[in-house]
Design a protein. Structure first.
Length: 456
């Protein structure tokens, strides 16, 4: 079968156009109207901003076009080998995180010689230099002079005070790294590979435990697991920020909901998103429901410290729920489920949908925020699909949206579950008598809205 040659000129044009759009957006910032150097460790106002949708897409086009350009022009064996060896980058990041290298370098703008860093973190200096040199070569840390290392714009994200470092720690350390190497064994096992039971994941095989990951994280009689679970909880805030999860705050018309509308953050953990909604939309009433331990932590520790006004004004209610056997608080205007169903196989996801459906009023809505998986195959516009990239890019933006496929891999490895396509979520909801209303394309972590009856 013959194929047309790679369109290098079109890819180059996309790179130039997308880079120009991002540069213009950053330079339009009044406080710091410039693109920071990679050596700059001072925060930029846009570092934690939620990009507008057109800017998000420009970033995805830039990543996608650069990756496709390299894959097209460079020898295939070179590219495949580099991808295969990415495991060592994660391992080296794990060293930097556990040794708290970014924190050691925090007040050392000129950098520290590796011998001094070695003394402070107790890693042999020759091996430590190799780790930091490899990371610096990939723009994480900076080698200021031979064997002298400093923080830079990327490594500053690894500070232990930054919640993203908790998630990076989770990915580079147990249980993720230890479980990931058992994925092939699990998939090739004639029993486990065909099972959708949560306790038959690569995680279970690696740790030789019948517990699901979340019960393992409860840490009963296992302080290490409890510490990992707490770290994961903090890390998810950092991952949510990096994923632009807060795009839902402006991407969905919360301001159009009635005065006193009730939004239930179902399975919301500590309630990070409920807190953001509470702060931004004072006309909303909030509910936060999760398993008892998480709900108690939110009620007694997190919200009194982070959002006491919501408690004083009686705008937040905390109530535990086990979605596998119980329904949430009834008759809420919005039942908001973020990153809940991707933890579950299909039959359990339908159970959760059904338990929510039982307590919906005729005007209630389910708002499901998850990654929506797109195949790298172009489909007709106007159907059940998200925005597609223009040719010659892959329609799913390829490397520009690669994180959703990596998260799908994490779900497979750790929970024997999956990220899903829009069609799959619509099908599961329909089994619970929920009807598709709209997909809110937010650029990365999108949202799907369902109603208890078809809309006229």
């Amino acid at each position: 079968m013959s194929h047309p040659p790679a369109d290098i000129s079109a890819l180059l044009s996309l790179v130039v156009g997308a880079a120009g759009s991002l540069e213009s957006y950053i330079k339009a910032n009044q406080e710091k109207p410039y693109v920071p150097s990679l050596d700059d460790t001072e925060p930029h106002p846009l570092d934690t901003a939620v990009y507008p949708l057109d800017v998000k897409r420009a970033a995805q086009v830039l990543e996608a076009a650069c990756a496709q350009l390299c894959a097209s022009l460079i020898r295939p064996n070179h590219t495949v080998l580099n991808k295969n060896m990415n495991i060592y980058q994660s391992a080296y990041l794990g060293v930097a995180l556990r040794a708290e290298i970014a924190d050691i370098l925090l007040d050392e703008p000129a950098g520290l010689h590796v011998s001094e860093i070695s003394k402070r973190c107790n890693i042999e200096q020759g091996k430590l230099a190799r780790v930091l040199r490899a990371l610096s070569s990939n723009h994480v840390f900076r080698e200021a002079s031979n064997d002298t290392f400093a923080n830079n714009r990327l490594s500053i994200q690894l500070l232990k005070t930054d919640p993203l470092s908790g998630y990076c720690y989770h990915v580079s350390d147990e249980p993720t790294s230890k479980s990931a190497v058992r994925l092939a064994d699990t998939l090739l096992d004639p029993e486990w590979g065909y099972s959708d039971l949560p306790e038959k994941s690569a995680f279970n095989r690696a740790f030789e435990t019948p517990l699901t990951l979340w019960h393992y994280f409860e840490g009963k009689d296992n302080p290490k697991a409890a510490a990992q679970g707490a770290r994961f909880g903090r890390g998810m805030i950092g991952k949510s920020l990096a994923n632009d999860s807060e795009g839902i705050l402006t991407g969905y018309p919360w301001d159009k909901l009635r005065e006193g509308a009730v939004v239930n953050d179902v399975g919301g953990g500590w309630g990070h998103m409920a807190m953001k909604l509470c702060e931004r939309y004072p006309h909303l009433k909030l509910k936060l429901q999760d398993l008892p331990e998480r709900t108690e932590l939110a009620q007694k520790e997190i919200w009194p410290k982070e959002c006491p006004r919501a408690i004083a004004e009686n705008r937040i209610e905390f109530k535990p729920v086990d979605l596998l056997g119980e329904s949430p608080i009834p008759n809420c205007d919005i039942f908001y489920l973020k990153n809940v169903l991707h933890l579950m196989p299909d039959n359990i996801a339908v159970t959760v949908f059904s338990n929510v459906r039982k307590v919906m009023s005729p005007t209630s809505r389910v708002l499901l925020q998850e990654y929506i998986i797109q195949a790298p195959v172009r489909v007709p516009d106007g159907g059940l699909t998200l925005h597609q990239a223009e040719p010659p890019l892959l329609p799913n933006y390829g490397a520009g949206r690669l994180r959703q496929y990596h998260t799908d891999a994490a779900m497979m490895v750790l929970c024997n579950s999956a990220e899903r396509s829009l069609e799959e979520y619509v099908r599961l909801a329909k089994e619970a008598d929920l009807h598709f209303v709209k997909v809110w394309d937010l650029g990365e972590l999108s949202a799907v809205e369902f109603a208890p009856a078809p809309l006229a």
